[in-house]
Design a protein around this ligand. Structure first.
Ligand code: AMP
Length: 178
């Protein structure tokens, strides 16, 4: 868990808090202002590239904001990008993982042939909350034979303790709310 306080200070002003979205009591961390600032978005990508020092063969991004950061990071690192998608979106043979939400369940799918056996995978999403989504994605990666080398997020809502669910894999985040 590396952390750069100066980078957090530079990026934080580009995250907008939207209270009570998508439901009462949730403070939604809106990353669209960060995307709208080429300078901030590039610093964010530089930061993600710098903290993910593990040996990585493939970047997996979680639908849909994980695609934005994951795909751009993969391109920077000259690595393949693989999408983990909501059910019913991927056209070829898929593997599915269900996970618990506060109310009910959700699921992610990945193409069965997306990752060659033993390849080291970095899982990317915009934000780590309870960790259920990223954990399910890591499980999918292992299910199809990949090895989870680490997880990277722009934001970690650390007070929710999501990183503990992802242990022992390293968890990186540029902005951490304690
Ligand atoms: P979790 O499975 O609880 O770690 O939730 C992570 C997923 O839900 C990520 O894909 C996030 O984009 C989204 N998410 C959860 N909480 C928030 C929040 N407060 N603001 C923005 N996105 C969130």
């Amino acid at each position: 868990m590396s952390h750069d306080a100066a980078l957090q200070a530079a990026l934080e002003p580009h995250i907008r808090d939207i209270p009570d979205f998508p439901k009462p009591g949730i403070v939604f961390k809106d990353i669209t202002p960060l995307l709208a600032s080429p300078e901030a978005f590039n610093r964010c990508l530089d930061g993600l590239a710098a903290v993910t020092t593990e040996a990585i063969d493939v970047v997996v991004g979680i639908e849909s904001r994980g695609f934005i950061f994951g795909a751009a990071l993969a391109a920077r690192k000259r690595l393949p990008f693989v999408p983990a998608r909501k059910p019913g979106k991927l056209p070829a043979d898929t593997v599915k993982m269900e996970y618990a939400l506060e109310y009910g369940t959700d699921a992610l799918e990945i193409h069965r042939d997306a990752i060659a056996p033993g390849k080291k995978v970095l899982v990317v999403d915009d934000l780590l909350a309870t960790g259920g989504t990223a954990q399910a994605c890591g499980d999918l990666v292992r299910e199809i034979g990949g090895e989870v080398a680490g997880y990277a997020f722009v934001i970690d809502l650390a007070f929710l303790g999501g990183a503990a669910k992802l242990a022992p894999a390293p968890v990186h985040a540029l902005i951490r709310y304690e």
